[in-house]
Design a protein around this ligand. Structure first.
Ligand code: ADP
Ligand code: UDP
Length: 236
């Protein structure tokens, strides 16, 4: 019997008959500001399911193994069951969001090198920024695992930037999550406009969840545009 294992803000995780495989169902719910702002956006679940699948396939084909197995319905995909590391690994190429307040540079400022940050996945604490000592004391990851996550995050950044360049998109920043499987660190969770900032290079138009955060409207139209630029022509 398949069971609901976990329900988060954007997805549901179900067990399958294979104990090593989970079914992920992408929901239409949108949340921001640690769940304070909520809405239902029809079609978002389908878009993020397809967009995440495209990004994970793109990365796997270029040497970044990850948890993705296959899409099984418009809103569902199968993934490898992982022991998740409760960290959000954020990679930034330009200043936006919480970095504006942290370092005082203005939105859009191009960083001389990518900044990688670790946040504690802990809603009650509001997902605080952690340094390597905090992570060691809390035993969230070993030093070796942290190094591996940083290495993969940098490779993912290079590859996502290659795609973005070709598609005339500025990849401002994004968030990754990792898990361990048989002693190896593997990229997991989701890569979508919910977890990345994308700006159209020509028009400067925002093509990600900031449309929801800032009440700009046409949120799913922007997500559809990202799917299109990933070569997705499925009728969603
Ligand atoms: P949140 O938990 O932040 O509300 P979601 O609604 O996206 O977010 O929930 C998805 C959950 O599934 C997250 O807690 C994420 O860490 C977890 N997860 C992602 N990929 C896997 C995986 N391969 N195995 C187990 N858990 C996973
Ligand atoms: N991000 C995410 N989940 C989070 C927090 C951030 O996917 O819980 C992504 C966010 O969409 C952006 C990047 O991580 O692409 C950096 O986010 P930031 O720290 O600026 O936080 P924000 O101000 O967006 O909450």
């Amino acid at each position: 019997m398949e069971q609901l294992l976990y329900e988060g803000k954007a997805k549901q995780l179900f067990t399958t008959e294979d104990p090593n495989v989970l079914r992920v169902k992408y929901k239409d719910d949108a949340t921001a500001f640690n769940g304070e702002k909520k809405a239902k956006l029809e079609g978002k679940g389908e878009l993020n399911n397809r967009i995440t699948a495209k990004f994970f396939q793109y990365l796997a084909e270029r040497g970044i193994p990850n948890h993705f197995i296959k899409v099984i319905s418009p809103t569902e995909q199968l993934v490898k069951k992982m022991n998740m590391i409760p960290l959000e690994v954020v990679v930034r190429n330009r200043v936006a969001g919480s970095l504006i307040k942290r370092i005082g540079l203005s939105e859009g400022f191009k960083l001389s090198q990518p900044i990688i940050e670790f946040y504690y996945k802990q809603d009650e604490l509001g997902d605080p920024l952690l340094n390597q000592d905090h992570i060691a004391v809390l035993e969230l990851a070993t030093e070796e695992q942290l190094m591996e996550m940083k290495k993969i995050a940098k490779q993912v950044n290079l590859l996502l930037n290659e795609w973005a360049e070709q598609q005339h998109i500025i990849l401002v920043d994004f968030k990754l999550e990792f898990g361990s499987l048989d002693g190896k660190i593997l990229l997991a969770d989701e890569i979508s406009p919910d977890t990345c900032r994308f700006w159209d290079k020509q028009s400067g138009e925002i093509l990600d969840k900031d449309r929801f955060r800032k009440d700009l409207g046409q949120v799913t139209d922007a997500y559809q545009e990202i799917l299109l630029r990933l070569g997705g022509n499925e009728d969603v």
